[in-house]
Design a protein around this ligand. Structure first.
Ligand SMILES: Cc1cc2nc3c(=O)[nH]c(=O)nc-3n(C[C@H](O)[C@H](O)[C@H](O)COP(=O)(O)OP(=O)(O)OC[C@H]3O[C@@H](n4cnc5c(N)ncnc54)[C@H](O)[C@@H]3O)c2cc1C
Length: 334
């Protein structure tokens, strides 16, 4: 994609192939160097740490067993060395990772070999598929959408890999945005930025703190907690034990035939789901009554045999909950 032109009802994008594409929306999921973000003129605010440079690339390494990852370092400083991890579905390539020594500015095969030779002799590198000098970026786009054009993934937020948050955050961007694009209502589309930008800012803070611990070589540098699982991400705007914007919890239930199933099985797919606790579900797709044992309903229902669903949703008879297609609570009434 090299150029885009917005209209009131769509976007025209010109591709490097010369082809012109017209669509209702454009999503720039084109990485940290995003052409779409630059075309929109959206600042990518933050820092790039040039002091911490890594050389990364995929290469063959003659003499190394491809069944294993290999770590070469000196005994006096065992955490500082070259890591070669086997890449699946390649012709026996390894991914090379090493800190780049001061003054070195190129990512050629000779440089990779020189660095490795400083730790081990007799391992020949060859067949470079790609290589690159990586520096930690901590950057957040000031807008995640302008009109009909949206940013997702590293195009919207770039952070250090500590904590393994980048890809997961990008996938959640896509999941948050997809159903809103399908719906098309302006309020929903606006909520993409307010929900995901706040989440990305949090992820930037967490991964930066973890990187700092790594740099400081603190004892807990490799420890992770709930915050890196992203299961506690919430878009709530009100207080309460479980409110709209919270991630919809799972619970084991029985279907109308008495077979074990889970609420997550009801939610799976690109549709919203409605649960009505103790009441007949309304006549709409993917609406279920959640009933106590011994009860049944003329409409679709599940049985909350052990009470886990009522407990997880803090629900009593008459509570109605709508679960959004991305697995978050969209609405709740009692
Ligand atoms: C060393 C390292 C380790 C990491 N470890 C983890 C980890 O453990 N867990 C984790 O969750 N994340 C990790 N990440 C982060 C993760 O790799 C990124 O967050 C993720 O790849 C971002 O995905 P993306 O699709 O947004 O962008 P990208 O992966 O950058 O993909 C963008 C795509 O857009 C294409 N593109 C760019 N410009 C154009 C254009 N003009 N036209 C058409 N196409 C274009 C590119 O070719 C590319 O295919 C790590 C990153 C690094 C550097």
């Amino acid at each position: 994609m090299i150029y885009r032109h917005p209209h009131a009802d769509g976007v025209t994008a010109r591709l490097s192939t010369g082809e012109t594409v017209r669509a209702r929306y454009l999503v720039g999921a084109d990485g940290a160097g995003s052409t779409v973000r630059k075309a929109l003129g959206i600042p990518f605010t933050g820092t790039t740490d040039a002091a911490m440079r890594m050389l990364i690339g995929d290469v063959a390494a003659d003499g190394l067993d491809h069944a294993w990852a290999h770590w070469f370092a000196h005994g006096s400083d065992p955490m500082h060395g070259v890591h070669l991890s086997p890449q699946p579905d390649t012709d026996r390539l390894f991914q090379f990772h090493a800190p780049l020594p001061e003054g070195v500015t190129d990512d050629s095969l000779d440089t990779l070999q020189d660095i490795l030779d400083g730790f081990v002799t007799g391992v020949r590198l060859s067949r470079p598929a790609w290589s690159s000098i990586w520096r930690p970026n901590v950057r957040l786009a000031e807008r995640f959408h302008v009109g009909r054009v949206f940013l997702a993934g590293d195009a919207a937020h770039a952070h250090p890999p500590t904590g393994g948050q980048g890809l997961n955050t990008g996938v959640q961007d896509a999941y948050n945005l997809g159903w809103k694009l399908a719906d098309g209502s302006p309020e929903l589309l606006d909520s993409y930025e307010s929900e995901r930008r706040a989440t990305a800012a949090r992820v930037l803070r967490i991964s930066s703190e973890l990187l700092q611990r790594l740099k400081d070589k603190t004892e807990d540098a490799h420890e992770r907690d709930e915050s890196t699982r992203q299961l506690d991400v919430t878009y709530r705007t009100s207080e309460g034990r479980i409110v709209p914007g919270d991630r919809a919890p799972d619970a084991p239930v029985l279907d109308a035939d008495g077979k074990e199933t889970r609420l997550f099985d009801l939610y799976r797919g690109p549709h919203p789901t409605r649960l009505t606790f103790g009441l007949l579900a309304p006549d709409e797709p993917h609406a279920y009554a959640v009933l106590r044992p011994g009860r049944s309903s003329p409409g679709p229902y599940v049985i909350d045999a052990a009470g886990h669903a009522h407990a997880a949703y803090d629900a009593s008879d008459g509570t109605s909950v709508v679960i959004r297609p991305d697995g978050y609570i969209g609405a709740r009434s009692n």
